[in-house]
Design a protein around this ligand. Structure first.
Ligand SMILES: [Zn+2]
Length: 195
């Protein structure tokens, strides 16, 4: 197909907004949309807009949900809170099937160079959730920002008499939780140490 056809190049341009999708892949996706029956394309488009309209942050933990309070907050052990950088880290830890507590999403990590300070994260909201909490697990990434964030939060929470732990690092584990395999991440959670 001629790439100058306007609706086609527009769709290709939209697909390239997705992570990991270059021009070639975007073009393949666009061709495959053209080949779909019209109802299927409509369902596809509806799924995109529905997803955006109905999904928001859980009012307690900051994870994505289509309810006010997410299923994890509603059903699990609230005495252990695992603190993560982003909602996708929850998906990674959930895959280990090892954790029965609840989460807290910071929506970032401290990064002074990028101008991200404590007030840009949900640290205040975390401090408001500590009633009856026995342990806070700091599962921010094992990179410089993740470490600095863990240290910062532990200094706020430890004086309150709550156990604060940090997930263990390991050579097999990438600094980004998302890319760690389930076994390494499960081990990092199990071998967490008090800080
Ligand atoms: Zn929640």
């Amino acid at each position: 197909m001629n790439r100058e056809i306007e609706p086609f190049s527009r769709l290709v341009a939209e697909f390239t907004k997705l992570p990991g999708v270059g021009a070639k892949t975007a073009q393949r996706y666009a061709y495959s949309v053209i080949r779909m029956p019209e109802e299927e394309v409509e369902e596809f488009a509806a799924a995109l807009t529905e997803c955006k309209k109905r999904i928001h942050y859980c009012s307690v933990c900051g994870n994505y949900t289509d309810k006010d309070v997410c299923d994890i907050c509603a059903t699990r052990d609230k005495s252990v809170i695992c603190v993560v950088k982003e909602p996708k880290d929850i998906t990674a830890i959930e895959k280990t099937k090892d954790f029965d507590g609840v989460y807290h999403v910071l929506h970032g990590t401290l990064n002074p160079l990028a101008g991200i300070g404590p007030d840009d994260l949900t640290i205040k909201q975390l401090l408001r959730r500590l009633d009856g909490v026995k342990e806070v697990i700091l599962a921010t990434n094992l990179d410089v920002e993740g470490e600095a964030t863990a240290v910062y939060i532990s200094r706020l929470i430890k004086p309150l008499g709550i156990k604060v732990t940090r997930i263990a690092g390991g050579i097999s584990m990438n600094s980004d939780l998302e890319y760690a395999d389930e076994v390494s991440l499960g081990r990092a959670m199990q071998n967490r140490t008090e800080i």
